[in-house]
Design a protein around this ligand. Sequence first.
Ligand code: SF4
Ligand code: SF4
Length: 732
Amino acid sequence: QAENTGLGSLATLKADIDSGAVETLVTLTPGNPIYDAPADLGFAESFAKLKSSFHLGTRTDATAHASTWHIPAAHYLEFWSDARTSRGVYTVVQPMILPLYPDCVSELELLSALLSEDGKLLTGEGEKGAPSPAYTAIRATFSALGGEGDAAWKKLLRDGYLAGSTYQPATPAARGDMSAPLVANAPTKDALEVIFATDASVYDGRWIDNGWLQEAPDPISKITWDNAALIAPKTAKELGIYDDIITPEPVSSMIGIDGVAMNKFAKVGPDGEGENRKQRMIKVEVNGQSLELPVIISFGQAENTVVIPLGYGQGFNEHDELKRDTKNVSHVGQVGVNTGFNAYPLRTAATQYFATGAKVSKTDKRYSVALTQEHSAMYGRALAREISTMPDVKKGDFAAQLADVVLQGNDSHAPKNISLYKPVGSSTFHPGKDGKAQPLLSDPLHQWGMSIDLSSCTGCNSCLIACQAENNIPIVGKEQVARGREMHWIRMDRYFASQEKYYDEHGHEHETPEWVRDNPALVPQPVACVQCESAPCETVCPVNATIHTEDGLNAMAYNRCIGTRYCANNCPYKARRFNYFDYNKRNPLISHNLYKGPFGEKQVGEAPHLQRNPNVTVRMRGVMEKCTYCVQRLKDAVIRQKGGQKQEALVAGKASTDMTVNERTLRIPVDSVKVACQDACSAGAITFGNLLDGDKSVMVRSKHIERNYDLLQYIGTRPRTSYLARVKNPNP
Ligand code: SF4
Ligand code: SF4
């Protein structure tokens, strides 16, 4: 980047405060240096020397409490703003909504006030219909960059960025010997390397009070509501943390009366499972500091390294399991309190992202952690399928592997499903022998389907959160997650896999080298209700609360459900979620509150009703729920399509009864409706649409390629959601 941003370092700022050059400090959101500045800097002591300090933030965090004044910040989607990407591209932030709380201030408004002559703080809309001061400021900045006039401004709003505003590339001069290793010695078990990572949920700690993110499982460890030290299986054994090397696929065998091993089954790990899981704790000593925290085995991680996600441990109250100091309890809200362990004190200014020479020892302590996935392997069921561009003597070349995608796992030998019903088809998607569908069960306009590409999915959780927001899915708290009662309609699975054997060009079998087996591949797989055409959940519901719609959805009539949970037991995909408690009305974050029933404390705060999607029912205790392909969006699109024709008639000066209504005019345009998860997926892994649109629909085209397979195809549920196998390119 050629532009000089004028950014200094925290160390320079500290020196300026110490020397008295800086007397007043304004910290803008989401800055929280009292919590996250490197420990050796002593920033908090210098901060206390300031004559006055202002903190603009959405949370009253550690820095807010250390400041003279805290200014509540507006959300970034409540005001006009602009920004530059890391490459320098100019972009503009448009408000989605007027500020919910008029007293909140945006960064731009605060900076404008500080730079203005009278120092007056102007927030929100301008007076008497005038544009807001923030809007005026953005227009002025843009005029200098992109030109005057409305045409250029409208183009910016439409495109979202200013073309040609990238920074000029700069050629940095190399400092020192770039080929020299950053660290003199490779880490050993007596001098480990600690990697400080931003957390997948709370990032650097700024989202610690966000319940959706806290309950979203870490993509790799699957931990919720906490962080933990991640460590390689062999390193854990060498350090004496575990007696054995933990593998992704631990199995036990049942020994028969003749002493011979019978069926193999998945073995419970050494730390227990579910609500009984008590993870062992380790002590990490580095840079003259120490931290005790739970440890989780991380397959494929480099040996002699410890990864610690940052951002947790900001405040504790009397309910903390480890009875930690409660002095910082006011730095977090009721979502973030008692969550995780603060690794910031282990960092130094010189190496903020890693530390070397760490000592790790096992402690006698245990700590409860809540994981959403206890197992790490597929146990031979080929749930997430993968093929390789590398030819394999047994599996053949790429083309042969592609042809065999549908025959992986049990599908290679399970007998073909033969239906007892005639005609075979129950919908337009699976027509009967005569090519016709059963008319009473089929909607001739729309038959919905979905395709998920495992080659594109990165397991980022965006779809899970988007689904939660769209469908009013509650959080349930750590205690209930540990019992397997999380309510996410999308379960974000992940599996580790490595080949134990490989074959040379002569077809001879060899053991895979240890270093390859120690580095298993990770495959994420989002699983929601796959909308089985032959749905096992429907046949067992005694009150017809879960039924099939004519457009191919497995629908839920919530107010008919009596909560027998037969459907959840009979769902082979485990896609159903049960409201064990009134999560939407009772506060799940207060210890044991859910168990108090009507005497428990209700939800607090003013915002919960604003968070809900008004088009989706809020479910109550005793009701089953699951993905319905965002039925509210589908119905909205269908109704709009009908309404649009009426409009056309009116515009043409006709009575709406004069319009010709037929299948062509009533069918919504191809791929014009998007479900929430598809909308949010930045990788484009999810495609959705109408199966009756044929190859015009991207989703249908996805289903026609060879990588397409149905999950648990051999049980014959005929799911509407199918997957595309992941393609691996080992790049030898
Ligand atoms: S995935 Fe489960 S809940 Fe969904 S239709 Fe199939 S059996 Fe029913
Ligand atoms: S949003 Fe897309 S990439 Fe992210 S987990 Fe979901 S499907 Fe995968």
